[in-house]
Design a binder for this molecule. Sequence first.
Ligand code: MSP
Length: 509
Amino acid sequence: MAGTFYVTTPIYYVNDVPHIGHAYTTLACDVISRYKRSRGYDVYFLTGTDEHGQKVEAAADANGETPLELADRVVKRYQALWDKLNISHNDFIRTTQERHKRAVSEQFRKLEAKGDIFLGEYEDWYCTPCETFWTETQLLDGTCPDCGRPTTKLKEESYFFRMSQYQEQLVRHIEENPDFIQPKSRRNEIISFIKEGLRDLSISRTSFSWGIPVPGNEKHVIYVWFDALSNYISALGYPEDKDGLYENFWPVDVHVIGKDILRFHAVYWPTFLMAAGLPLPKKVFAHGWWTVEGQKMSKSLRNVVEPNMLIDKYGVDAIRYFLLREVPFGLDGDFSHSSLISRINSDLANDLGNLLSRSTAMLGKYFDGVVQSPDHADEIDQAYIDLFPLATAKIDKLYEDMAFNKVLQTIWELISAGNKYIDETAPWALAKDPAQQGRLGRVLYNLLEAQRLIALQIAPFMPETAEKILALLGVDPKANLADNDTWGALQAGSKIKKASPLFPRIEAE
Ligand code: MSP
């Protein structure tokens, strides 16, 4: 076993239905999980839903249903989408589950007993959509500095968490652990936020009731972010840890989140953990946001991209590929139908699809589909073969940085080099000369063996496509990368059928 690996998505609010933004975060976690598993890691991949708080209560009211009815309904939408997207999570946590509520109450009690939570009074400007309090000076023309919507003045009795106590310790931690917040550009933003001064944080509400009650004072419900963030340990069975998951997997290797919720993960959550005496996450990675055809995605603009429809139209692997190929993970990106179609046509139908159909067609034509033995390698063969271990090492490194688009770029360099290798070795010319039979067999072997390795590398991104290619090559489709990543495992003598097109070309509408 290479070690353990724990990765989490944010838990999604149930007052909204899933769109490509949510699918993107989850997909990234899925790719890294599949990759780590293929490298021999014991992986725990967690996702789930965030079901408490004023926003959910208000959405349920507006629909004439209870918050739990709303949650039960929307949770199904998330779960169905994750099935359809081939998401390989190990657990799905809902914050309304007993296991979670117990852990949150326990955590609250523990910090209160320690004196890090105390009862006080609050008077400040509250932004309901963001569920965040702001001071007068933080407001921008009276509106929320994060989302620009109106705020209202609230005065209430509230429990506070002594976040201010942890300011120094947190800055030190961030400075001493350069990988803690990624990408790097986001790190400075957080450091300057902290250095402006951390105030004690209001962590209870009395203005609504849909939440986990404060232990011993049921007038209050626990602040939704204190509740939600704890999912990352409650799902592991904290604090009882009956199954030993917490012991095995905490601290988490990476929390993958969108840039909008970095402050909660890189400031609030670590200070809660410090107060509880628990180890901090190893890494928090904030990815960028998708716009659609150049515009912010929003219900009012009616441009919310619905993943189910895309999958039905283009296929699950094409969508998985596109979302992680198009934009460097960490930067903002734009979703457009034309770029999706051009990626499908050029990268998938042309580059990947043609390599497979050309080489299997030639094997069929010249050797009746039987793989020949490669007794030696000529210089041009060796040059191609040598690209593979180099690419594998490079890809390992790129995954460490979550540079998914560069991983795909590196794999596609192998694919392009394969198509070029066909052009340069010109098998159709070799086929005309009986003296070149051995050479022809070798060239085709190399092409097919290359695609075995390519299929293993694309598997985390496009699991169905990888399975199809591996099955066609007569390789166990569940083969993992760790045991099979060296050149030469394809068996001479096995029989391979001509591939049908992996990705049909799409005509632009
Ligand atoms: N419930 C909180 C998270 C609690 S985690 C302890 C939440 N939920 S959310 O449903 O609003 O958002 C979940 C994730 O979706 C966030 O990481 C957010 O960045 C991501 N996205 C929402 N819209 C997005 C885009 N348009 N583009 C990319 N990601 C987006 O926040």
